[in-house]
Design a protein around this ligand. Structure first.
Ligand code: ADP
Ligand code: MG
Length: 676
């Protein structure tokens, strides 16, 4: 007998190749397969002609009234037959599906799905329907390696085995409270609904279940945090104040406020898990530096992890500068995956002996052999680029430092419950004084000259410029080719300037050198692909030209624009594009209208709807299969409350009512698809 927890390869027809394809879409067990839900249903609802509007797609069930005749013209052909539905005769035509004729016999009952033409009392057939099947045809996400039809077939096989025996995940009491279906009914109606209403009810239950499980996982992460009681960091407050006084600028009130919140957390014997939100350019780095310094004054180490090599390198440079005049003589090292083995070994050794105070790096920091002597604080920059699992990994490496995650809030506040449910939040809601609002302009391609003229003026006045080349999603090679061509063009046009070219194919050392040169103004115009998207900080750069700007998403444009306007000079962004869609135009308009990250994030959501999975992934919101964290926000909030209630009961994980839930959570930890 097959059960829900068995491997899908127990099903007939699942060999190694198919198994591979299933694994790719997160299906390992029978249960995974059965919760691989359709994303929509094609309504094959059976209707009669008198109740059907012209142009509607419907299913007519009737008796064949005249034989199928196939007519050919050249390579094309059509098949026609008559269908008697109650008292009306409808002429059905299929184009280029001559095999349809084989199943048409006068006097027999058939069902046809197609488009109805009321004036002609005819139907353009799209497919023949098994006359006895359900009225709704579920549509499954398919891949190149596995078709929706195969998935459907496997689901039918699996359901026949385990029907009625699926464990209940959401405890009964909660199901009753919100009138959710029993899990078996839910699964059955997701895959085999008899009508739209039952599909809808099943969807509601499945969405709640999905949110609830997600929130349970966040609660478990929180509990795990509390079990690590965390260390009290006895920092030297006088030294910290002195460090702040020695900064080249005065901290903003908002920066002071969040620093106070963080220091308070660090002092408590409880583990810190805090998210620092602040728009691009709001000055998060110095806040992180202060918190790191606090840990160091207490004799501990600190680490900062960034999503790209360039950003990690830049942090290493910036931190070195910031701490140059500090009382404590700090050793800062950079650990990235590009490092030579011997250099890496040395760093790991010195880290373990405690000689290194601050380790800066990419996800290379997460490798298991990277052990600290005494890590007091781990900072995660641009955290929306990392998943919850990576956040958790930092905690699990034997050590349990305080965590400070930072993000430029590319998502609206209403969604932070989803993305950061397990964290406390601090917000920098103000830009440093003297910042001028970046001016943004839109030009079409034939105005590129005037954009370049403007760049020239800025560079002549001592400032620097970025030129960002189009994003080619499909091909990094094309990306590089584009940037290189642009670079050659600009070098030819402006031989008098120092010009650099930055793209993803360069070695780490080359990138490092380029960024150092740009920072030192040895490069005046930097032509770059989106590798400069996050975090790069060169305050003397005042203009950014973004080519084919309509190819970028709003969040990305906002991040890119955040590379200028980082000093006191007026800065500019020029979006060069001839958008071909309304959506493209709307994004560019939004960029021109506002520089506020919150507003842009909200606008982005409105424009896109939250169904855009790729987009949400970029902003750090996990993907949901059934529920929509934007549209179903209230449901998400309820799921959160219920999850909190469940775990707050003493011994909750041993209560019989939670048995299935606990079993599921532990069983699925390893390949949980929301936390990639
Ligand atoms: P982000 O929040 O985008 O990471 P950064 O930390 O990179 O921003 O800071 C942006 C720029 O603003 C940097 O050049 C930094 O030195 C500068 N900066 C930070 N805080 C202040 C401040 N209080 N006054 C003036 N400039 C500041
Ligand atoms: Mg930053």
């Amino acid at each position: 007998m097959i059960t829900h927890n068995d491997n899908v390869n127990l099903l007939p027809g699942v060999g190694p190749k198919r198994l591979d394809a299933l694994h790719e879409i997160g299906i390992f067990t029978i249960e995974d397969l059965l919760t691989y839900f359709p994303f929509r249903y094609e309504d094959l609802g059976e209707r009669i002609p008198s109740e059907t509007l012209d142009g509607e797609k419907v299913t007519f069930k009737g008796v064949v009234s005249s034989p199928a005749i196939v007519t050919r013209f050249g390579k094309k052909n059509q098949t026609r037959f008559g269908l008697l539905i109650e008292h009306e005769n409808v002429r059905v035509t299929f184009f280029n599906q001559p095999w349809v004729a084989q199943n048409i016999t006068v006097g027999e009952e058939v069902a046809v799905y197609g488009t109805y033409n009321a004036a002609k009392a005819s139907m353009t057939g799209m497919k023949m329907i098994n006359a006895s099947i359900d009225a709704l045809d579920p549509i499954y996400p398919a891949t190149k390696k596995i078709t929706a039809k195969t998935i459907r077939h496997l689901i039918e096989l699996a359901w026949a085995e385990v029907r009625g025996n699926m464990p209940t995940l959401v405890p009964k009491k909660i199901r009753e409270k919100y009138r959710l279906l029993d899990r078996n009914a839910e699964i059955e109606n997701m895959h085999f609904p008899s009508d739209m209403l039952s599909a809808k009810l099943a969807r509601r239950s499945a969405a709640f279940e999905e949110f609830f499980i997600f929130q349970m996982r966040l609660q478990l992460l929180k509990l795990a945090d509390q079990n690590f009681s965390g260390e009290e960091i006895n920092y030297d407050i006088a030294a910290i104040h002195k460090f702040e006084m020695g900064l080249p600028f005065k901290l903003t009130a908002a920066q002071k406020k969040v620093i106070a919140e963080i220091l308070k957390d660090q002092k408590r014997p409880i583990h810190m898990n805090r998210l620092l939100q602040g728009d691009v350019g709001s000055g998060k780095t110095v806040v992180a530096a202060t918190a790191m310094y606090a840990a160091i004054t207490a004799g501990m180490q600190a680490a900062i992890m960034a999503p790209t090599e360039i950003l990690a390198q830049q942090h290493a440079i910036n931190l070195t500068q910031l701490f140059e005049n500090a009382d404590i003589n700090l050793r800062i090292e950079l650990l990235t995956s590009g490092l030579k083995a011997s250099a890496r070994r040395q760093i790991i050794e010195d880290l373990e002996s405690g000689e290194i105070d601050i380790l800066v790096g990419t996800h290379a920091l997460l490798q298991p052999d990277v052990m600290f002597h005494h890590l007091g604080l781990a900072v995660i920059d641009e955290q929306h680029r990392f998943g919850v699992n990576q956040r958790a990994a930092l905690r699990e490496n034997g050590v349990n430092p305080d965590i400070l995650a930072m993000t430029a809030t590319p998502i609206p506040r209403t969604l932070s419950i989803t993305a950061y449910g397990e964290m406390d939040i601090s917000v920098i809601d103000q830009l440093p004084n003297g910042r001028k609002t970046i001016q943004t302009k839109r030009l079409s391609h034939n105005q590129l000259d005037s954009a370049m003229h403007f760049v020239k003026q800025q560079v002549d006045s001592g400032a620097q410029a970025y030129i960002v080349t189009p994003l080619i999603e499909e091909s990094e090679a094309l990306d590089v080719q584009n940037a290189t061509a642009m670079y050659e063009f600009i070098k030819l046009t402006y031989p008098e300037y120092r010009i650099g070219l930055l793209h993803g194919r360069l070695s780490n050392d080359e990138k490092k050198q380029l960024m150092a040169d740009f920072k030192a103004n040895d490069i005046q115009i930097l032509v770059a692909t989106t590798v400069i998207e996050v975090g790069v900080d060169v305050p003397n750069a005042t203009v950014m030209v973004i080519l084919d700007a309509d190819r970028f998403g709003l969040a990305q444009l906002h991040q890119l624009r955040g590379r200028v306007g980082r000093g006191e000079r007026q800065s500019y962004t020029i979006l060069v594009a001839d958008p071909k869609t309304d959506y493209g135009t709307a994004r560019l308009d939004a960029m021109v209208e506002t520089t506020n990250g919150f507003i842009l994030a909200q606008r982005d959501l409105e424009l896109r709807g939250s169904g855009d999975i790729l987009g949400t992934k970029q902003s750090g919101i996990p993907e949901f299969v059934v529920g929509d964290p934007v549209k179903d926000l209230t449901m998400m909030e309820i799921a959160q409350q219920e999850a909190i209630t469940v775990v707050s009961k003493e011994g909750w994980d041993n209560l019989p009512e939670n048995h299935d839930l606990v079993d599921y959570l532990s069983r699925t930890m390893a390949h949980y698809r929301y936390f990639d």
